[in-house]
Write a protein that binds this ligand. Structure first.
Ligand code: ADP
Ligand SMILES: Nc1ccn([C@@H]2O[C@H](COP(=O)(O)O)[C@@H](O)[C@H]2O)c(=O)n1
Length: 264
């Protein structure tokens, strides 16, 4: 896929937002964008879903239609394409992202979304922390946590209404493929997160803190074009207001955000 170089070279700050299906990853990203107001022009969101492999065989398509194809296994994704796009964006180049159609289980022919370099890139997906090479691209890793029953309820509503799938197939796929793969491949990656957001997009406190951090990054003089459009890479932790040694730390109501201190 072709990539073009932008005028201003930027080192974007890349934030990974992982979590189980229907945990609220895209809703969290949407709320972050909403709250950024005018600054959202400098932020882009990329979904791992856009990188589902294309051209399943006829047999695979039939399996997918019966809810028997495993879209929750790491092999379901075109990993190299996703890495290539992120590397290009990191190098300040624009690139093209396929448009995925969940009804046909394939990419929309000849349709792409062009993404330009940005100062902050939000990347969301179920397995973005699974592969070490992809995981290491993130300056900040967030895991969206939601009760499994709530996720199942949302998934059923979404797949039957928005993706036109029969309820029996949705439940069959969830119980036989989605849930076991979540436990095998997604949940174990929670340990890599710097921040865990309980209750997803309902968690105003956690979302507010992340927005505040992005605002600080974007307002930092080192991220302005006059200073080479560079965002300081060492800022890979959540810095809270008043966290200096002489001032009291901001109090975060317990249960709203888990900040992981384990080095990784
Ligand atoms: N906090 C919430 N309350 C109610 N519905 C929600 C909430 N978060 C997400 N949803 C709904 O659940 C579905 C999945 O949410 P989404 O953000 O797309 O999750 P993910 O990106 O993790 O799959 C969507 O239909 C969305 O509108
Ligand atoms: N053709 C497809 C492709 C993917 N899925 C399911 O999508 C889920 C990941 O997307 P989320 O927005 O829910 O994170 C994943 O659990 C796949 O099962 C699908 O059903 N059909």
């Amino acid at each position: 896929m072709s990539a073009t170089v932008n005028d201003h070279r930027k080192v974007p700050f890349i934030i990974g937002v992982a979590g189980g299906t229907a945990s609220g990853k895209s809703s969290v990203c949407a709320r972050i964008m909403e709250q950024l107001g005018a600054l959202r022009k400098r932020v882009i969101t990329i979904a791992q879903d856009s990188f589902y492999r294309d051209l399943l065989t006829d047999e695979e398509i039939e399996k997918a239609q019966r809810g028997e194809f495993n879209f929750d296994h790491p092999d379901a994704f075109d990993h190299d394409l996703m890495l290539g796009v992120l590397n290009n964006l990191k190098d300040g180049k624009s690139d093209k992202i396929p448009v995925y159609d969940f009804r046909s289980h394939s990419r929309v022919k000849d349709q792409f979304e062009t993404v330009d370099g940005a100062d902050v890139i939000l990347v969301e997906g179920i397995l973005i922390f699974y592969d070490p090479e992809l995981r290491n691209m993130f300056n900040m890793k967030i895991f969206v946590d939601a009760d499994p029953d709530i996720r199942l309820a949302r998934r059923v509503a979404r797949d039957t209404k928005e993706r036109g799938r029969p309820l029996t197939h949705v439940l069959h796929q969830y119980l036989n493929l989605v849930k076991p793969a979540f436990e095998e491949f997604c949940l174990p990656t929670k340990k890599y997160a710097d921040i865990i957001i309980p209750r997803g997009a309902d968690n105003d406190v956690a979302i507010g803190l992340i927005v505040q951090h992005i605002q600080e990054l974007l307002r930092s003089p080192r991220s302005s074009p006059e200073n080479g459009d560079r965002i300081v890479e060492k800022e890979n932790h959540l810095s809270l207001p008043n966290s200096g040694s002489s001032t009291p730390r901001q109090r975060i109501p317990s249960g709203d955000v888990h900040i992981m201190s384990r080095p990784h």
